[in-house]
Design a protein around this ligand. Structure first.
Ligand code: TRP
Length: 381
């Protein structure tokens, strides 16, 4: 069986380093591994509209931001198919058929949907006349549409963050239900989670559990060097570590979480003597050594922040440079998306045809109509 990846992001903002360690970096590695027959990377604009119906302009503006972030991280249109969800209308058709296989109660139990309903303020509207907005049906059903995204491409592997686990589980249920009801047609996908705990959920620069635009605690892939430097400088560390000589805590210390996610062994040799042109003594050979010294006392926050900045910048500088180039060639980027959407559409159309055949709603397919007419004629003889 072919190995196929599908994954994607909602275009509601620029991508940040949480996206990078949680998913983007892995996608590029998978792309380069040569282990996959096809890789589909989707900009989920239709899903973004499920809770931004009144703001399509925001979604439209962010499509190019996400595409630039993708390509500057190394997603290569010659190896991966980058496309826009709304341009593959077959996905909505699949969604419509899958909706019959899922109960309202099951959707209500989906933990990610549950949490999102809470923080988006889509609280229950009882009579539609109170001041509560209520839940848009499209939003409520987005896990079903996500099952369509995945199955349309017969994806075997879905690399995503932890918050997407309930979506993949629901997709698997839909696949099993479909295949049991209509005959084996769809492929059951596997989730692929980040393998490093720090990458599973990178906290915001303020130490809050999640990076989010509304909290203003993100480091974006497109941030300038100066922006990154300032954000690192202001980062949350250990509030009890007041003097350099004080013993410090590593657990729950955002600087160390970021180091866990970004630091490589080579960084110690490269940055050990010099942070951004300034001579320093940062005489460590591994992150464990740095942590031990911080715990013991005698290692200042400014020091570890300067090191973190170098480590981050080592990853971000090439991404930033590539983005600058791509920003100068937007017709090319849009052409990549247009072509990718065309290819994606052809793939999804094939799956949709198989789905309709399995459901026996392919009345006008070659051979089917003749058979149907013969069958009905017998009834009306
Ligand atoms: N729900 C994903 C997010 O919020 C985006 C998405 C839509 C997706 N369809 C998908 C991810 C299919 C993986 C597979 O980022």
């Amino acid at each position: 069986m072919s190995k196929i990846i599908l994954t994607g992001d909602r275009p509601t903002g620029r991508l940040h380093i949480g996206h990078y360690v949680g998913s983007l970096r892995r996608r590029v590695e998978l792309q380069e591994s040569g282990l996959f027959d096809k890789i589909f990377i989707m900009i989920a604009d239709a899903q973004a509209l499920t809770d931004n119906a009144d703001n399509p302009e925001k979604v439209r503006q962010n499509i190019i931001e996400v595409a630039l972030d993708y390509m500057s991280c190394g997603l290569d249109p010659d190896k991966s198919i980058l496309f826009i969800q709304s341009q593959v209308s077959e996905l909505t058709e699949l969604t419509f058929f899958y909706q019959n296989l899922v109960t309202v109660q099951r959707l209500q139990r989906n933990p990610t949907v549950k949490a999102e309903l809470q923080w988006r303020g889509f609280s229950e509207s009882t009579d539609g006349n109170d001041n509560k907005a209520g839940t848009p049906v499209g939003f409520f059903c987005y896990p079903i549409s996500q099952a369509a995204d995945i199955t349309a491409f017969k994806a075997t592997t879905v690399p995503v963050g932890e918050d997407q686990e309930p979506m993949i589980e629901q997709t698997r249920e839909i696949v099993r239900k479909f295949n049991a009801t209509y005959g084996p047609t769809l492929v059951e996908p596997e989730i692929m989670l980040p393998d490093n705990a720090a990458c599973l959920r990178l906290p915001g620069t303020d130490g809050k559990a999640k990076m989010s635009k509304s909290l203003g605690n993100c480091i974006y892939l497109s941030d300038s060097e100066e922006e990154v430097r300032a954000k690192v400088k202001g980062m949350y560390t250990d509030p009890l570590h007041l003097q350099v000589s004080d013993p410090g805590h590593v657990e729950g210390n955002t600087v160390f979480t970021y180091l866990d996610a970004f630091c490589k062994e080579e960084h110690f040799a490269r940055f050990g003597e010099c942070f951004h042109g300034r001579k320093v003594r940062f005489d460590f050979h591994s992150l464990d050594e740095v942590k031990a010294q911080y715990r013991a006392g005698g290692l200042g926050d400014m020091m570890i922040k300067s090191f973190l900045f170098e480590v981050l910048n080592d990853t971000l500088a090439p991404i930033r440079a590539r983005r600058k180039e791509l920003e100068q060639d937007l017709p090319y980027v849009y052409e990549v998306l247009r072509k990718g959407s065309e290819i994606a559409r052809a793939e999804a159309a094939q799956t949709l045809a198989e789905v309709k055949r399995a459901m026996r709603i392919n009345y006008f397919d070659p051979g089917v109509l003749e058979e149907l007419i013969a069958q009905q004629q017998e009834r009306f003889q």
